[in-house]
Design a protein around this ligand. Structure first.
Ligand code: PMV
Length: 364
């Protein structure tokens, strides 16, 4: 599948300078879930997520010219994660850049030193693929712009979202502040399966500083990769209905997010979380990622909402941890609720106070 903007990215004739680019890019939490893909990392249904603030990857890309032209057909990269060389991650990133090489030959003309750290604790059970692939894509697009001056700011973000998607589907949404969708939807003008769409202009003020308390039920690596999970949707007997349901949920949620309609927001967000896990439980082979404490927490969150009328709700990723979502105005009472009633069900009582955030930042 051709890249969107491949014009004139032939070998760069004059790479001389060394350089350094850095980005801090956040994770995101999906409200309508992407689960099932086709072709080259294209989604079977549209999805939408809040961009987070504190759960981030910081990535620094240093580059220098390779010189010898006979070596221009391969990627030369050293990758350091949290201060130590990490060959396994480095090989994955090299494979990703090698896929881009035919359309981005300049990548073969440079030697890269890439270093990355996460702001959230290592193996906290929080997926780092969205934050890391979006940070990497922003570094690559900034490099491309330095060399070719071929994109304005909007185009740079769009291409970064496109490349992030090729690395890890949901990463394409992390490029944009506050809220972003990905995938064709009649409810979102100019939406496409190829990259994310920014939606911050259509977000009601109540959601602009929404809180996300990540309750760490288990910090274990998950048993099933999202790649395997997406693949299992190919034979899931409920796949077609699911894709239709997600499209409807997305349309309804876009309106609720615009109007500040918390009831619809809560109803769809929780149903999406349960549907994601239900889909995993009826795949063949099935898998069960919820832990007993996840279920206890879900029950407690629902009773708290019923008893207090405080509009808290939850969502889940492909794992056992709960994302407790709520408006900033209720922060004090919800923090007390977490401390008194929820954190005891988290591994080592750990939870992360995150919130909706303004998206990636350039580090230099
Ligand atoms: O981007 P992937 O391939 O890691 O898949 C992400 C899947 C979910 O996190 C479960 C849902 C989503 O839309 O982010």
């Amino acid at each position: 599948m051709p890249l969107q903007r491949e014009e004139n990215l032939s070998l760069y004739s004059n790479i001389q300078a060394n350089g350094k680019i850095g980005f801090s890019s956040p994770s995101n939490i999906a409200l309508v879930k992407y689960w099932g893909k086709y072709g080259d990392q294209l989604p079977q249904n549209p999805s939408i997520s809040f961009t987070l603030d504190h759960s981030r990857t910081e990535m620094i890309l240093e580059y220098s010219p390779k010189g010898e032209t006979d070596k221009h057909k391969t990627i030369d990269l050293t990758f350091t994660f949290e201060g130590k060389e990490n060959k396994a991650f480095g090989d994955k990133i090299t494979a990703f850049l090698t896929r881009l090489l035919p359309t981005h030959p300049y990548l073969g003309q440079l030697t890269f030193n890439l270093s990355s750290t996460n702001t959230f604790p290592h193996s906290a059970g929080i997926a780092s693929s969205a934050s890391s692939m979006s940070a990497l894509a922003l570094c690559i697009c900034t490099l491309e712009n330095r060399l070719f001056q071929n994109m304005n700011e909007v185009e740079t973000l769009k291409k970064a979202s496109y490349l992030a998607r090729l690395g890890s589907g949901s990463a394409c949404r992390s490029i944009y502040p506050l809220i972003a969708s990905w995938g064709e939807s009649a409810a979102i003008p100019d939406s496409t399966n190829l990259n994310g769409t920014p939606l911050a202009n259509d977000l009601h003020p109540v959601f602009r500083n929404y809180k996300d308390a990540i309750l760490l039920v288990s910090k274990k690596e998950k048993d099933v990769s999202s790649r395997a999970g997406h693949k299992l949707m190919e034979n899931n007997p409920y796949a077609t209905v699911r894709y239709e349901q997600a499209k409807n949920h997305l349309s309804q949620l876009v309106t609720a997010l615009k109007n500040g309609d918390l009831d619809t927001f809560i109803q769809i967000t929780e149903l999406e979380a349960m549907t994601l896990h239900a889909l995993m439980m009826c795949s063949s082979p099935y898998f069960l990622l919820l832990e007993p404490n996840t279920i206890t927490l879900i029950r407690k969150i629902r009773s708290f909402r019923e008893n207090t009328n405080i509009p808290v709700c939850f969502t889940l990723d492909a794992g056992p941890n709960i994302h407790l979502l709520y408006p900033e105005a209720h922060q004090e009472k919800v923090h007390d609720f977490i401390t008194n009633e929820l954190s005891g069900y988290c591994e080592q009582n750990k939870w992360i106070a995150d919130q909706v955030g303004n998206g990636p930042l350039s580090l230099f």
